[in-house]
Write a protein that binds this ligand. Structure first.
Ligand SMILES: O=C(O)C1=C[C@@H](OP(=O)(O)O)[C@@H](O)[C@H](O)C1
Ligand SMILES: C=C(OP(=O)(O)O)C(=O)O
Length: 436
């Protein structure tokens, strides 16, 4: 477990190109593996989670070839071509892979796989996918009825109408993928919108798909057809560097090639409400176009004020909520996040981990069952030690806290950043080098 110290620095300056989007990379590879013809993916994220996806797809018979910054995926087709029945599929640390892949496997009648992952994944529930997939006709048998390892036994599925009990893009995607192989129509309703990358890619793949408000409808198809997919920069990874630019006085960075899908822009809206000035046009709320919007953001440091995050903003900023707590600790006044109990079942319990770690750095923060309240003083945090608990987002949170702190932060377990953002430490070093 690597330990690294992040010292207070001078301003962040220059152009910044975030790493490729993790959510879109997983989906692009998965849908490509389900296609009959080879699919080219440009700018596929090279990180631990998205490598787990490629390894799992190779085990299922897909061919993966790297050509410079392109990946060519030779798929096995939607049904019947998965010859590796009985195999163990290792999802590593990736909740997205663990919950999306069974949507496909569930439709492979008479075949069975076991899915497992690392210690963190073994604490993350799969009953949320077992329930709808079971109703569609597949069998999911999980440890204690809820946790990995679990087996997926495929069947001839039937379409269902499913009201998602939580706003989860992973569960939504799983049911939609299963719908491609089901008899009849599959309908999924979400309580509030969550990231919609799967839906956009399904449209691009020629799937009969309809979206009416929060109700999504998919019909079965014989084959998926995909033109080359270009993966945009990841707004969630970029959010860490944007937070550093907002907190370190005098900073000004231009973020290029970043995904600006409105279902991923919640953090930007929350930060702006706190006083951040972020220039760059984003996709209007409610938009739905097959192509993922990509653009540029100009970010400068600013004094911040506390804010209250609305419940419907939570899924649109779910992986950035730890950063909202950090901004709140530097802001003037209270920052409140409620309705975010999902954070407790991420790579770590991100509510208690964020509260304990930020408190250790000098923040005044109260833990709530479904969120937190930060009492900001408008002054920088003192500093200290952050324990990443094997969670990439916590490792990066600690690093950003260190750059903006008075006395620096030691991050225990900084290596975890490689799950989504292997170049994180180097990018920070480059952006701060000009002022060092
Ligand atoms: O679909 C996705 O790519 C993701 C959905 C979110 O999880 P939930 O679906 O559990 O909310 C998010 O936290 C995760 O990092 C990626
Ligand atoms: C929760 C995350 O990912 P996953 O659910 O795929 O492990 C994340 O990237 O913050």
């Amino acid at each position: 477990m690597g330990e690294r110290r992040f010292e207070p620095v001078g301003p962040l300056r220059g152009e910044y190109l975030p790493p490729a989007d993790k959510s879109i990379s997983h989906r692009a590879a998965l849908l490509a593996a389900m296609a009959d013809e080879p699919v080219v993916i440009r700018n596929y994220l090279d990180a631990a989670d998205t490598r787990s996806t490629l390894t799992a797809l190779e085990r299922l018979g897909a061919g993966i070839e790297r050509r410079g910054d392109e990946l060519v995926v030779r798929g096995v087709g939607l049904r019947g071509a998965l010859e590796t029945t009985g195999g163990l599929l290792d999802v590593g640390n990736s909740g997205t892979l663990m919950r999306m892949l069974p949507g496909w496997l569930a439709g492979q009648a008479g075949r069975r796989w076991t899915i497992d992952g690392d210690a963190s994944i073994r604490r993350r529930p799969v009953d949320r996918i077992a329930e709808p997939l079971g109703r569609m006709g597949a069998q999911i048998a999980a440890r204690e009825g809820r946790y990995p390892p679990f087996t997926v036994t495929g069947a001839q599925l039937r379409g269902i109408e499913y009201d998602l009990p939580v706003a989860s893009a992973q569960v939504k995607s799983c049911v939609l993928l299963a719908g491609l192989l089901a008899e009849g129509v599959t309908e999924v309703s979400e309580p509030v919108p969550s990231r919609d990358h799967t839906e956009r890619l399904l449209v691009r793949a020629g799937v009969p798909f309809e979206r009416r408000g929060r109700r999504l409808r998919v019909c079965p198809v014989d084959a998926l057809e995909l033109e080359p997919i270009a993966v945009p920069g990841d707004p969630s990874s970029a959010a860490f560097v944007i937070a550093a630019a907002l907190l370190v006085p005098g900073s000004r960075i231009v973020v290029r090639g970043v995904g600006l899908n409105w279902t991923r822009c919640g953090f930007l809206a929350i930060a702006e409400r706190m006083g951040a000035v972020i220039v760059g046009s984003r996709e209007p709320e409610g938009s739905f176009a097959p192509e993922e919007p990509v653009g540029e953001l100009d970010v400068a440091a600013a004094p911040l004020e506390g804010t209250t995050v609305a419940p419907e903003e939570v899924p649109l900023a779910i992986d950035e909520l730890p950063l909202v707590a950090l901004l709140g600790a530097f802001a003037d006044g209270d920052t409140v996040v409620r309705g975010a109990e999902e954070l407790r079942i991420k790579e770590s319990d991100r509510i208690s981990a964020v509260c304990e770690n930020l408190r250790a750095l000098g923040a005044e923060i109260e833990e709530l069952p479904d969120g937190f309240v930060v009492h900001g003083t408008g002054a920088p945090l003192r500093g200290g030690v952050v324990d990443a608990r094997g969670d990439h987002r916590l490792a990066m949170l600690g690093a950003i806290a260190g750059l903006a702190s008075q006395a620096g932060v030691v991050v225990r377990g900084i290596d975890a950043a490689a799950v989504s953002y292997p170049g994180f430490v180097d990018d920070l070093a480059r952006l701060t080098a000009a002022s060092a």
